[in-house]
Design a protein around this ligand. Structure first.
Ligand SMILES: NC(=O)c1ccc[n+]([C@@H]2O[C@H](COP(=O)([O-])OP(=O)(O)OC[C@H]3O[C@@H](n4cnc5c(N)ncnc54)[C@H](OP(=O)(O)O)[C@@H]3O)[C@@H](O)[C@H]2O)c1
Length: 253
């Protein structure tokens, strides 16, 4: 897909990876609807701002009516989550945003994308689609769902010519990972890799070495990954994570 001249809508564009995606889209010559629960918090020039909580069906429907010229939907908004056996309301809240909110956006914008020639959908999943970071099992379940949803929607939207790209990364340097002492990718790097993937029609963008390692481990005995991950935690604890993760991108289609 040609990003230059595209019309994109980004959820959660007020900070973190969403803000970086909106900025990079503008830099590449796209028209951008930058959306957020508090649109006044969006500090980017040259974008159209919209109020959008993706868990609010009326707001999602209104966004699809207003942004009827969108041909690139960027599902970025997401929240963390705790333990599956912890507070059930918190588990539901995580799934409400990451799974149901994302699906709600996909359903509302599928006809918009069709009307605008097919276009593309970009979903920010995670390396947590493929493993469980200790303490974040609800988040892992939600991101596995986002990954699978991308694969499913790719099939369901193929007839209308909509490409679907899923993005997987370890840790990016945003509010979500504040306090986590691990190597982190810059949000701008995530945005660049993700949009290169959309440009190239990639099914999947694996942003950093950690996500690539997790993906590679899937074909082996899960115990091997567990051992490797535990060792990584030990190594990370003894090495300052001040150096940004080297973002070795890989895409597959
Ligand atoms: N950072 C990482 O290491 C990492 C790794 C893998 C994947 N990801 C994924 O990348 C995406 C962006 O994360 P981030 O690191 O940029 O996190 P972040 O800095 O915490 O930003 C999250 C964004 O999502 C928005 N959001 C949350 N709930 C929403 C809702 N109901 N409706 C609309 N917007 C909502 C937030 O809006 P408010 O400001 O209103 O809260 C904020 O703009 C998420 O899907 C996350 O799971 C992040």
């Amino acid at each position: 897909m040609d990003i230059h001249g595209a019309t994109a809508l980004v959820t959660g564009a007020n900070r973190g990876i969403g803000r970086a995606l909106a900025a990079e889209l503008r830099r590449r010559g796209a028209k951008v609807y930058a959306t957020a629960r508090r649109p006044e918090a969006i500090d980017l020039d040259g974008v159209e701002t919209l109020a959008l909580d993706i868990t609010d069906p009326a707001a999602v429907a209104a966004a699809a009516r207003t942004a009827h010229d969108v041909d690139l939907l960027v599902n970025n908004a997401g929240i963390g989550g705790g333990l599956l056996l912890g507070d059930l309301a918190a588990v539901r809240a995580t799934l409400e945003v990451n799974l149901w909110g994302t699906l709600s956006m996909a359903r509302a914008f599928a006809p918009v994308l069709a009307a605008n020639g097919g276009g593309a959908m970009l979903n920010i999943a995670s390396s947590a689609s493929w493993f469980v970071f200790p303490g974040s099992s609800a988040y892992a379940v939600s991101k596995a769902a986002v990954w699978s949803m991308g694969n499913a929607l790719r099939q369901e939207l193929a007839a209308q010519g909509t490409a679907v790209t899923s993005v997987h990364l370890g840790a990016a340097d945003t509010d979500m990972t504040r306090g986590l002492d691990v190597p982190k990718v810059a949000p701008a790097d995530v945005a660049r890799r993700a949009l290169d993937g959309v440009r190239d029609g990639a099914y999947e963008v694996v942003v950093d070495e950690f996500a690539a390692m997790v993906k590679e481990s899937l074909s082996a005995d899960p115990r091997d990954f567990e051992r490797r991950f535990q060792q990584l935690l030990v190594d990370t604890a003894s090495t300052p994570a001040s150096v940004s993760a080297s973002a070795s991108a890989s895409t597959s289609d």
